[in-house]
Ligand binder design. Structure first.
Ligand SMILES: Nc1ncnc2c1ncn2[C@@H]1O[C@H](COP(=O)(O)OP(=O)(O)OP(=O)(O)O)[C@@H](O)[C@H]1O
Ligand SMILES: [Mg+2]
Length: 426
């Protein structure tokens, strides 16, 4: 009992005591999580505070590198989360654009959870792979039916039966004409306007997250149809749009000819800072009875702030570090090899889909060669290199970086490593 590092302690807070570490459960919202070096009777001890719900135990790898992660596993992103909530409160929309596996879905869900605590009704809709307007309508309907809770859920169960059917009739698929003019009785219009019905029903504002929003481009005129309805939602609803295809998202929101032009404030997800990542990784090692030791420096250098790559590398490093010991250079080399092996197929697939010009530019960026556009280099002329660079940026394979000689860096550090290693096939 008492206060330690800003924590009011009770006996139930003590989780485990690993060698050289004391692990405590903190709050569920991540506040106060982290690791701190203390001296107790002049012995160094790492004090680790983990969120209450974190399932950390010795023997279980504490680093998740696939699928969206729960809020207690999220490193940093507090500023971005708050920015999106502030935009919603001021009845504005946000768009989160970041490369693949930068944590968009995890952050969307964490943002909705916090907004829910602040009194919003929240709905998350994933448009991944939608093909047509009917698909869009049914994704929206399913999201409401699965995610509303309590009385709203029951109300929606009834309301749903009054909506014009979308995808199925008598168990079989029906071909659906959802008109692009989107009149009032149109199935998609009805579903797009569900926030209005919810708001009328209980007065709570609705925050809607549309993930993989660029995929609506597969359906003719979908952005115009969606915009034509949600622009009338006023205080009833705010929207967060997320997508990983930077080029397509820009096409939707930054092209004057499109319906969503300037309709949502961009919120960028930068690479994670080495300070936040280092604290998280060292803390999780300590909490599970291991020491990240000499592995931390090269891990942070290699990951270069890429969230998923940092977690993959940490996962592999943890796996090769014996319980009760510190990771050394040998562990790090083994971990890096394992991570490269795990990402090799993906690197080969990306490479196989690139044009020759794109391959040359990607390699030049990975190797940080001088003179990307110079005609003297082994590439075609500057103009075609510029176009190849632009298409790699649109596909989120490279991104602008003023600290490099080429003016770009490869987004995925393991792809860059594979290129620098001469693209080994196995
Ligand atoms: N802030 C973060 N802290 C810790 N790990 C993170 C963070 N952001 C992303 N990750 C890592 O990246 C992985 C992918 O996260 P998530 O699925 O949310 O990303 P995404 O951008 O939605 O990916 P995709 O482009 O595939 O849709 C997670 O499993 C986790 O390992
Ligand atoms: Mg995602």
């Amino acid at each position: 009992m008492g206060f330690l590092w800003g924590y009011q302690l009770a006996s139930t807070h003590l989780l485990t005591a690993a060698p050289g570490a004391i692990v405590l459960r903190g709050n569920d919202d991540c506040s106060g999580s982290g690791a701190k070096l203390l001296h107790i009777w002049s012995e160094p001890v790492t004090l680790v505070v983990v969120p209450k719900s974190a399932s950390l135990s010795a023997g279980v790898n504490p680093f998740r590198y696939s699928d969206p992660i729960p809020v207690e596993d999220l490193v940093d992103r507090e500023v971005e989360r708050q920015e999106m909530i502030d935009l919603a409160w001021s009845a504005n929309n946000a768009r989160m654009v970041a490369p693949r596996r930068y944590g968009k879905t995890s952050l969307l869900k964490a943002t909705l959870a916090k907004a829910g605590d602040e009194g919003w009704t929240t709905v998350y809709v994933d448009f991944f792979g939608v093909l047509d307007l009917a698909d869009i309508a049914s994704r929206i309907e399913t999201a409401y039916s699965e995610q509303l809770t309590g009385r709203l859920r029951q109300w929606f169960t009834s309301l749903r039966r009054t909506l014009r059917p979308v995808a199925r009739l008598g168990g079989g698929p029906v071909s659906l004409e959802v008109s692009t003019a989107a009149g009032p009785g149109d199935p998609l219009t009805e579903r797009l306007n569900l926030p209005l019905r919810l708001y009328e029903r209980d007065g709570r504002r609705v925050l809607v997250a549309f993930d993989e929003f660029q995929d609506v481009l597969a359906a003719t005129n979908a952005d115009a149809v969606i915009r034509s309805q949600i622009q009338h939602h006023g205080d009833a609803a705010s929207y967060i749009f997320a997508g990983s295809q930077v080029g397509m998202m820009d096409g939707l929101f930054a092209d004057k000819r499109r319906a969503f032009y300037a309709q949502a404030r961009p919120v960028a997800l930068p690479p994670l800072s080495p300070l936040d990542l280092g604290e998280f990784i060292a803390g999780r090692f300590a909490a599970t009875g291991k020491d990240v030791g000499a592995g931390l420096g090269p891990l942070l250098d290699t990951a270069a702030g890429h969230p998923q790559r940092a977690m993959l590398l940490a996962h592999e490093l943890w796996a090769v570090t014996s319980p009760g010991t510190a990771a050394d250079e040998e562990c790090w080399a083994a971990a890096l090899n394992a991570a490269l092996a795990a990402s090799r197929e993906e690197a080969k697939t990306i490479w196989s889909h690139l044009s020759t010009g794109e391959r040359q530019v990607l390699t030049a960026v990975a190797e940080n060669q001088a003179g990307l556009y110079s005609t003297a280099s082994r590439a075609p002329r500057g103009g075609s290199r510029l176009r190849a660079a632009e298409s790699l940026v649109a596909a989120s394979e490279i991104t602008a970086d003023t600290n490099t000689r080429t003016g770009y860096r490869v987004v995925d550090p393991l792809l860059a490593e594979w290129l620098r290693n001469g693209r080994p096939v196995q």
